[in-house]
Design a protein around this ligand. Structure first.
Ligand code: IMP
Length: 183
């Protein structure tokens, strides 16, 4: 496929993200104030920057684990078929668990992952997503905490990629194809 040229327009600044994470961390601390240890589960790969900032903001005893589910591959459309590519290292039975997702789009990924984790009988299972695109939802799922609601735009940065690129942008930007400008 020939590469279409695109530019990235800033949508959410690094400062806005940091401020929102601070506020969310206070809410999560309240919810899990009695925890012995919170297992924070990052969904790879898109949540790696978010989880790094979030756990450093949390004043709670935490353990970090990762799970990788297949999602977009290299395309811009969800496959709707979710497979687990990498499972957790640790057990979560009887534990407090917080699942950290980058974006809830159609909702298939989160629905599948929550189903799997629930079947392992955690004590409490909560979810946080940095971004939510509610107009794209095809399953009945909602994260307990959301950083920002965004419109139906393809976004990159802060860990989130377009065909493996742009994960290292410090802010969230929206992809705009420059050939669309001429149409
Ligand atoms: P869902 O299963 O459709 O909810 O898809 C969730 C996953 O799709 C996210 O964890 C992202 O990895 C990916 N995704 C959804 N929207 C975007 C986007 O705008 N940019 C990059 N990846 C996205």
């Amino acid at each position: 496929m020939p590469e279409r040229p695109y530019v990235i327009d800033e949508m959410i600044s690094a400062k806005q993200i940091a401020a929102r994470i601070e506020a969310l961390a206070r809410e999560i601390e309240k919810e899990f104030s009695d925890t012995r240890k919170l297992v924070v589960v990052g969904l790879l790969r898109g949540s790696f920057v978010f989880i790094a900032d979030l756990v450093r903001e949390l004043d709670l005893p935490v353990e970090v684990d990762f799970l990788e589910a297949s999602s977009y591959g290299n395309a811009m459309e969800s496959s709707r078929e979710v497979r687990i590519l990498k499972d957790l290292r640790g057990e979560i039975e009887g534990r407090d668990v917080l699942v950290v997702e980058d974006i809830v789009d159609t909702g298939y990924t989160l629905t599948h992952v929550l189903g799997l984790l629930k079947s392992r009988n955690p004590k409490r299972l909560k979810t946080i997503a940095l971004l939510d695109k509610p107009t794209r939802r095809e399953t009945d799922v909602k994260a307990d905490w959301i950083g920002f609601e965004i419109p139906d735009e393809f976004v990159v940065g802060y860990g989130i990629d377009f065909a493996q690129r742009n994960r290292n942008l410090p802010h969230i930007g929206k992809v705009r194809f420059v050939d669309e400008d001429k149409a």
